[in-house]
Design a protein around this ligand. Structure first.
Ligand SMILES: [Zn+2]
Length: 336
């Protein structure tokens, strides 16, 4: 049954995914496409994917061809019981207006996009809009690793580092960027993607793992004037997944950069615990797939400096994998 289902949309830098999600958090149908350039094009693709997912969910219910889904705006009854859309999008999203307030440079024409009105007019359904890491945390707090906990922080280790806060059973958004710990200072001296120095993201993102490994290997090679701190821009630069494999094979430099990332996340967890006294933190994102490489240094950091509150903080690996943002966005639509 998809009665009472909502649609969740995950708008990321490389792909957009929409899913029809039941009231129990089950994904009954989904559709994915590459992210185009420009806000209007991204909304067009997102709305088209909602239509495709709704159509697939309708077929799953035995409505068959000719049910009218996929033809644009329609009534709830004609849309496989889907009553609302929630979207989790890259960037800082205004909690009141649903407008994208800020985004990284890689998102052309995204700042200023009105997610709520833009998707509502394209789908004919009410829309709730939030940041993708906010949606990830709502997913994990509703159906995942921190289900049932009163307060938790979420940390997403992806290309960059994102964060979100779940306080007293609800998402806390501030003016849109609450919990964004990726750009918190105090983590060394490297230049961040935002142009400032020493942010958590310079140690704990996929991009930083790649940069730091390249630096470490370049420094060890030590020939031809290559020195630490110089990023070799050559084709030999490895991706995070390859460095993860090297770490598993015992490559000391690869082990080191993952341990440094885990240690940095541990420090960030201590800051969040000190500030908000949250008992749980959930860590997800693509880089967190290497949980076994991150966790030992992370836990060692927590043991080194336990919260003075006396309340231990429990860090859990995300449970919903790549589904967390779409099911969380669908849950946000339900809660609205
Ligand atoms: Zn930064």
């Amino acid at each position: 049954m998809t009665y009472g289902a909502t649609a969740g949309v995950d708008i990321g830098g490389t792909k957009i995914r929409a899913a029809v999600v039941t009231a129990d958090g089950e994904v009954v149908a989904s559709a994915t496409a590459p992210t185009p350039r420009g806000g209007a094009a991204m909304l067009d693709v997102a709305a088209g994917l909602v239509d495709r997912a709704v159509a697939a969910a309708g077929r799953g219910m035995g409505h068959g061809a000719g049910s009218g889904v996929g033809s644009g705006a329609g009534s709830g009854a004609g849309r496989a019981g889907v009553t609302a859309v929630g979207v989790g999008a890259a960037g800082v999203v205004d909690p009141v207006t649903g407008e994208v307030l800020a985004a990284s440079d890689s998102f052309t024409g995204w700042v200023g996009t009105d997610l709520r009105a833009g998707l509502a007019s394209r789908t004919g359904l009410p829309v709730t809009a939030a940041n993708d890491v906010d949606a990830f945390l709502v997913g994990e707090a509703t159906w995942g690793a921190v289900r049932g906990v009163r307060s938790a922080a979420g940390i997403a280790l992806g290309t960059g580092v994102g964060g979100a806060l779940w306080l007293d059973g609800a998402l806390y958004r501030g003016a849109g960027a609450a919990g964004e710990i990726g750009h918190m200072p105090g983590f060394g001296d490297a230049v961040c993607t935002c142009g400032q120095r020493g942010h958590l993201e310079t140690l704990a993102s996929g991009r930083s793992v790649e940069r730091r490994y390249a630096e470490a290997v370049g420094a060890e090679a030590g020939v031809g004037g290559v020195s630490a701190g110089v990023v070799p821009g050559s084709a030999s630069a490895l991706g995070a997944a390859e460095i993860e494999a090297l770490a598993r094979a015992g490559d000391p430099a690869a082990v080191r950069v993952f341990a440094d990332a885990g240690h940095a996340v541990g420090s960030a967890v201590l800051v969040v615990a000190a500030l908000l006294d949250v008992g749980h933190v959930v860590v997800g994102g693509g880089l967190a797939r290497a949980w076994d490489l991150l966790e030992p240094a992370l836990l060692a950091r927590l043991r080194e400096a336990p919260p003075v509150s006396g309340h231990p903080v429990e860090v859990r690996h995300a449970a919903l994998g790549g589904d967390a943002t779409v099911v969380g966005a669908a849950a946000l639509a339900r809660r609205a």
